[in-house]
Design a protein around this ligand. Structure first.
Ligand code: HEC
Length: 103
């Protein structure tokens, strides 16, 4: 009986430890590691996560950061823009018009 209680206690402790493991608040997705590595040096990611932008707007944000001293390759810049566009999109664009019916 004592052993069973001890086992239960250990399980509870382990579960609590797992629940408390700190996790990055950044949403998962392709490009997240590049974004974290490149965009967290001058300011935290929190400076970025408050915005919602279109792909073109994120691309110009990254260019603006390059002017401030960000060093990224073209490939990295693309990955960051893709990650930001997927995780922090602007309001959905209106749906494309339906194709004209065939005559
Ligand atoms: C070399 C330093 C540096 C790096 C690296 C950097 N930033 Fe910035 N960023 C700044 C500074 C300085 C400001 C504040 C000045 C301002 O608000 O114009 C800023 C402000 C911002 C803002 C708020 C202003 C705005 O454009 O609306 C956003 C969003 C942003 N950064 C995104 C990014 C992203 C995304 C990356 C990675 C691609 C990045 N930053 C990397 C220096 C940097």
């Amino acid at each position: 009986m004592k052993l069973a209680l001890t086992t239960l206690f250990l399980i509870a402790v382990a579960a609590a430890a797992v629940a408390q493991t700190p996790e990055s608040s950044l949403p998962a997705g392709p490009g997240k590691d590049v974004f974290e590595a490149k965009c967290s040096t001058c300011h935290g990611p929190g400076r970025v996560l408050i915005y919602r932008r279109t792909k073109a707007q994120w691309a110009s944000t990254v260019s603006a950061m390059e002017e401030k001293g960000l060093m990224v390759s073209a490939a990295e810049s693309e990955q960051i823009v893709a990650y930001l566009t997927a995780t922090l999109p602007a309001d959905p664009e209106p749906p494309a018009p339906a194709p004209a019916p065939a005559p």
